[in-house]
Design a protein around this ligand. Structure first.
Ligand code: SF4
Ligand code: SF4
Length: 242
C-alpha cells in the first residue's frame, strides 16, 4: 500500500503543548464560574444566559489570541474542516469584520463562522471571549440586527489571565514583544492554519509578518471600547468586576 505523505501540520497531532492549551482553555470555565457567581451576588440577580439557549450572541465580533487559536486550528485540521474554501471564507469574513468594526458587524446579523444549526461547532474549544460573555438583559436585546443595549459584566481578571497565557505562548514561539497577538476570530484562525501548514521555522516567520492588535488597542477593547470603532456606554453598558 502506498504510504501517505505526512503534512507539516501532522506534527501537531498529540502535541503536548497544544494538549495543555486545550486543558487551560477548559480551565477558564472555573474562573468564569467564580466571576459569574460574584457578579450574581453583586447584582442580586442571575445572568439571563442561565435560562437562555438563543444563539443571538453568536453574531458578534469575537477576538481570538494565538494561544486559543492553536487548539481550534488543530481540531479543524483533524476533522477535515480546513478546506481551501473554508480558509478563504475565514480571510474574507475576517477582513469584513475589521473593516466594519464591532457595532456595524453586529448590525449585519451574520452568524459566527462556527455557528451551525444554532449551536457552536467548536463549543469545548470556544474562545475565552465567548466563555466569559454573559448578559443581564432581556434575551431580545441580544438578537441582531438590533442596536445593542445589553448589560454585561466585564470580568477583568479572566481577560488578564488570558493575556498572560497568550504572552507565555508567544514568548515560547520567540515572537517579538509589542503586539498583543490577538485578532478577529476568522483572521486569527486563517493565520494559524496557514502557520500549521508550514515547517516550524517558516510558520514562526509567517506569524512575525502578520498584523495583530497592539496592547493599548486590546486594553481599550476590554475597557469597553471596540478596536475598530468606539461604542458609547449608552449602547453597551458594562459593569467592572475584578
Ligand atoms: S448573551 Fe444573550 S443570547 Fe447569548 S446566551 Fe446570554 S442571554 Fe442568550
Ligand atoms: S465561537 Fe462558538 S460560542 Fe463563539 S461566537 Fe462563534 S459560535 Fe458562538
Amino acid at each position: 500500500m502506498k504510504k501517505m505523505k505526512k503534512k507539516p501540520r501532522d506534527r501537531f497531532d498529540g502535541d503536548p503543548g497544544i494538549d495543555l492549551l486545550e486543558k487551560a482553555l477548559r480551565g477558564f470555565d472555573d474562573l468564569v464560574r467564580m466571576a459569574v457567581n460574584a457578579a450574581k451576588e453583586q447584582l442580586e440577580v442571575p445572568p439571563t444566559c442561565e435560562s437562555c439557549s438563543s444563539p443571538g450572541c453568536c453574531h458578534q465580533l469575537v477576538l481570538l489570541s494565538v494561544a486559543e487559536a492553536f487548539p481550534i486550528a488543530r481540531r479543524l485540521a483533524q476533522e477535515g474542516r480546513d478546506s481551501a474554501t473554508f480558509k478563504e471564507k475565514l480571510k474574507t469574513v475576517g477582513a469584513e469584520q475589521e473593516k466594519l468594526g464591532r457595532r456595524e458587524w453586529w448590525k449585519r446579523a451574520e452568524p459566527c463562522v462556527f455557528l451551525r444549526d444554532g449551536r457552536c461547532s467548536i463549543y469545548d474549544l470556544r474562545p475565552i471571549m465567548c466563555r466569559s460573555y454573559f448578559s443581564w438583559s432581556e434575551v431580545e436585546l441580544c438578537q441582531p440586527p438590533r442596536s445593542s443595549t445589553v448589560k454585561t459584566v466585564s470580568f477583568t481578571g479572566v481577560g488578564r489571565a488570558m493575556v498572560v497565557l497568550n504572552k507565555e505562548i508567544c514568548d515560547q514561539l520567540e515572537l517579538p514583544p509589542g503586539p498583543a497577538y490577538m485578532a478577529v476570530l476568522p483572521r486569527m484562525l486563517a493565520i494559524i492554519l496557514e502557520c500549521m501548514d508550514r515547517s516550524t521555522k517558516s510558520g514562526v516567520a509567517y506569524l512575525k509578518k502578520q498584523h495583530f492588535m497592539t496592547v493599548p488597542e486590546l486594553e481599550a477593547w476590554f475597557g469597553g471600547a471596540a478596536r475598530f470603532e468606539k461604542t458609547s456606554s449608552e449602547e453597551h453598558q458594562q459593569e467592572e468586576l475584578r
